[in-house]
Design a protein around this ligand. Structure first.
Ligand code: PA5
Length: 455
């Protein structure tokens, strides 16, 4: 068997039923990069261990017990998401999403890909995400936004996350000072699971619109549900295309006759084999372009919170090209050989503005003139991963022909599946995060010691 699984996994771009990316893994193997790479034997042994994970994924798909593998094929929930998005998009200038972790990063990822970075958005509310409890951030929000033209989507699966509740309570108080009581409800939409949480009780008491968060859907696996889709649809995301992209990846894994036919299983096996046999303790995700910056944060949370248990897991590092070529690359090339690199590249050669010449430049950068911004991005990403490979560092590529809704759905599904397969290989439960509870209890104790002030 070849030690280069990418040959079988290469997916022609634009084929509707196939995943819209190529998963290129050849530079993770010894025959390409020498000692830093895996041998075919070690890789195949780990890959073979993924078989039970396929059984679990197929069972979840069949019985619906893990809805993240049902979402790609669902369409029945999209009209309600699109209707809510249309109302908020058309009625407001700004939509602020309050939430944290899995209740924010999926939506932020999808929104960033479709919302223009600069300027106003014609006939469409600008979507902003507030995750932190920094006083200055909240002060700026309350003072800087016209609250009469602002809506809030409050997302908390549990309805008990103190950061989100505190954010909402200060924003709600500010809204009450500005908006007439009978109009307040138009400005708030809450996404939370059914039950008796503080957020749910408050929303019911105030008669705010509530969309149920599926209780069986974990926060960091909720990106393709209303949690991730609603903000992004406001910003212009095609939700159906996103789900179609995810479905193409899911189908490939469900139908795989052997683990090597599933790109997520191949990715998980490479990550875990690198950890076991090559001392790789860190996994770097380096997408190219600021549009994908939140994507690397989303991935970081997914990988860290799902796998970091019982002394196991590897540390995810978020990076962004080309920016971090001027920040982290020195370490990546000449620091410890303890990292696996995943580059997410978009085929962008020939796209974007042409770089003009200018008088007084001299001839030093003639090679830049007349080429496009996309040419520069394309050359930079290629040069960087090739330089790493020359240094014997393991690099895999996720190559996207275009960065669109379908590609985003596909990549998010890829990494959710890769994470659960890796969890199986590490022998950990991917869907909980028990260790963080202790810190929450302590923070509450510290808060109880503070003397309350009048609000
Ligand atoms: O992935 C997870 O489960 C967490 O990161 C949660 O999303 C995060 O803690 C926020 O929780 P909640 O949605 O209950 O406010």
């Amino acid at each position: 068997m070849s030690t280069r699984p990418d040959a079988r996994l290469s997916t022609p771009a634009g084929t509707p039923t196939r995943p819209p990316y190529r998963h290129v893994t050849e530079n993770c193997f010894a025959e390409m990069i020498g000692d830093g790479g895996l041998t075919g034997e070690t890789y195949r042994a780990v890959l073979a261990e993924t078989a039970p994970a396929f059984e679990a994924i197929r069972a979840w798909h069949k019985d619906g017990s893990r809805p993240f593998v049902r979402l790609p094929e669902r369409r029945d929930d999209l009209p309600a998401i699109e209707a809510a998005a249309a109302r908020l998009r058309e009625s407001f200038e700004t939509v602020v999403v309050l939430g944290t972790g899995g209740s924010s990063l999926g939506g932020r990822t999808l929104t960033t890909v479709c919302q223009p970075t600069f300027g106003t958005v014609p006939r469409r509310a600008r979507v902003r995400f507030v995750e932190n409890v920094e006083s200055r951030l909240l002060d700026d929000l309350v003072r800087g936004l016209d609250l009469k033209r602002t809506a809030f989507i409050v997302v908390s699966k549990s309805g008990r996350t103190v950061e989100t509740l505190a954010q909402f309570l200060v924003c709600l108080a500010a809204m009450r000072r500005t908006i007439e009581p009978k109009r307040l409800g138009e400005h708030v939409l809450v996404i939370t699971e059914p039950g008796t949480s503080p957020l749910r009780r408050l929303a019911e008491h105030e008669r705010f619109e509530i969309i149920d968060h599926d209780p069986a859907l974990g926060g960091r696996f909720s990106a393709l549900s209303v949690v991730g889709l609603l903000p992004a649809v406001i910003a212009g995301l095609d939700a159906t295309a996103t789900r179609e992209g995810a479905a193409a990846v899911l189908r490939e894994t469900l139908a795989a006759s052997e683990p090597g036919a599933s790109a997520p299983a191949v990715g998980a096996a490479i990550n875990v084999a690198m950890h076991r046999h090559k001392g790789i303790a860190q996994t770097v995700l380096m997408p190219y372009g600021d549009s994908l910056s939140p994507f690397s944060l989303w991935y970081r949370q997914l990988w860290a919170e799902s796998l970091g248990k019982d002394g196991k897991g590897t540390t995810p590092i978020n990076s962004i090209g080309t920016v971090d070529q001027h920040s982290q690359l020195q370490l990546y090339l000449a620091g410890p050989a303890d990292k696996l690199y995943t580059f997410v590249t978009v085929d962008c050669a020939g796209t974007g503005m042409v770089i003009p010449s200018a008088e007084g430049l001299g001839g030093e950068i003639d090679w830049l003139t007349g080429r496009t911004m996309g040419d520069l991005m394309s050359a930079s990403q290629r040069a960087t991963w090739k330089t790493l490979v020359k240094r014997g560092r393991p690099v895999r590529l996720i190559r996207l022909p275009v960065l669109d809704a379908r590609a985003m759905g596909a990549m998010m599904m890829h990494f959710m599946l890769e994470t659960v397969v890796a969890a199986h290989l590490f022998g950990v439960e991917p869907f909980d995060q028990p260790a963080v509870e202790a810190g929450k209890v302590l923070a509450r104790r510290y808060m109880e010691r503070v003397t309350p002030r009048p609000s």
